[in-house]
Design a protein around this ligand. Structure first.
Ligand code: AMP
Length: 340
């Protein structure tokens, strides 16, 4: 997750809520991608460090448990600088230019100059983020599948150029990593997680860059006020007009957050004009308040000092794991003294 601001409900439903479940089933690494934040925010980096802490707090508030998973900061783990350099050497430009989000983001963020080496290369950084942990799975929504596919292609190319070194130490290396006997960088698979596209208060995809977010940290009055201003079914102009929850962003929120009973009442009340939009929005706000209350309580339990300690400890663990991979990478590429 990039530290570009406090996390919103879209981030929570699209990623974080799934991660909380996964930490009980897999050995998981979750990180705050501060280097990725630089790919778009390089001109003003003042927000990166404070937002790193905020995102870490949001992780912990959502229920990520540093005893169950590793939570770290990307730039605190130096192999995240080294592997992209090696992988960049073997990644054809055309692969990067074809990544769908490359053109898309340049158009969406027209106020920023994204014709940089760093921005074009961010999928290589992303591939390194995954491959450093010799990951089996990457939990992503459908919109991110193209990135994982590119990661697989980069890994395949690496493995073709640089099969595992046949050194006397290969047994040690295999014991240490217990990964593929031939390949240093196993191709990760997508672990498709449910990622409902959550609308923001203006009906477009909830996104920080649209200024339409409901934050995980919004206090109840702020949240209720934001919902009051949320757009609804445009065909329902007067209170007496019947509406259609399937054409209404508030209806979309109900489908994700409300109980089946409330959803039934929304459909019945809206389609018969039995309820007004204000009442319907009130019900949606109730569901959100109920969801966020325990999350906000948990957040309040962590001090900045505790969060920093958790990140330091996690970064140490991540560094140890990533360094194991780098030993194998350098050896396969014959870039280490010991392999000569
Ligand atoms: P971003 O910082 O926008 O790249 O988002 C980080 C994660 O949150 C990604 O995995 C997105 O898929 C997810 N996400 C962001 N916005 C939304 C949204 N409106 N609905 C669902 N998921 C979202």
């Amino acid at each position: 997750m990039r530290p570009t601001g406090k996390l919103h409900l879209g981030n929570y439903m699209g990623a974080l809520a799934n991660w909380v479940k996964l930490q009980d089933q897999y050995e998981c690494y979750f990180f705050i991608a501060d280097l990725h934040a630089l790919t778009t925010d390089y001109a003003d980096t003042s927000g990166v460090a404070p937002n790193t802490l905020e995102v870490a707090l949001d992780f912990l508030a959502a229920g990520l448990d540093p005893k169950k998973c590793t939570i770290f900061v990307q730039s605190h783990v130096k192999p995240h600088f080294e592997l992209p350099m090696y992988l960049g050497m073997i990644t054809p430009l055309g692969w990067l230019e074809r990544v769908p989000s490359y053109k898309e983001m340049q158009e969406n963020l027209a106020n920023k100059d994204l014709t940089t080496f760093g921005f074009l290369g961010y999928p290589v950084l992303m591939a390194s983020d995954i491959l450093l942990y010799q990951a089996d799975f990457v939990p992503v929504g459908q919109d991110q599948q193209a990135h994982v596919e590119l990661t697989r292609e980069i890994a395949r190319r690496f493995n073709q150029f640089y099969p595992r070194a046949k050194s006397k130490n290969v047994g040690d290396i295999l014991r240490a990593s217990q990964v593929h006997p031939l390949y240093v960088l196993p191709e990760p698979k997508v672990l498709l997680t449910p990622s409902p596209k959550l609308p923001g208060t203006d009906g477009r995809k909830m996104s920080k860059s649209y200024g339409n977010t409901i934050l995980m940290t919004d206090p109840e009055p702020v949240l209720r006020q934001k919902l009051k201003t949320m757009v609804t079914d445009p065909a329902r102009i007067r209170r007496t007009d019947p509406g259609d929850p399937d054409k209404c962003p508030v209806g979309d929120l109900h489908k994700v957050f409300s109980t089946p009973e409330t959803i039934a009442n929304v459909y019945e009340g809206c389609r018969t004009a039995g309820i007004g939009c204000i009442q319907c929005k009130g019900w949606a706000a109730d569901a959100l308040v109920q969801l966020l209350e325990p999350i906000q309580k948990r957040r309040a339990n962590f001090s900045d000092a505790q969060v920093k300690e958790i990140l330091e400890d996690g970064s140490n663990r991540a560094r140890d794991r990533a360094e194991q991979t780098m030993v194998e990478v350098r050896s396969a590429m014959q870039m280490s003294m010991s392999s000569r």
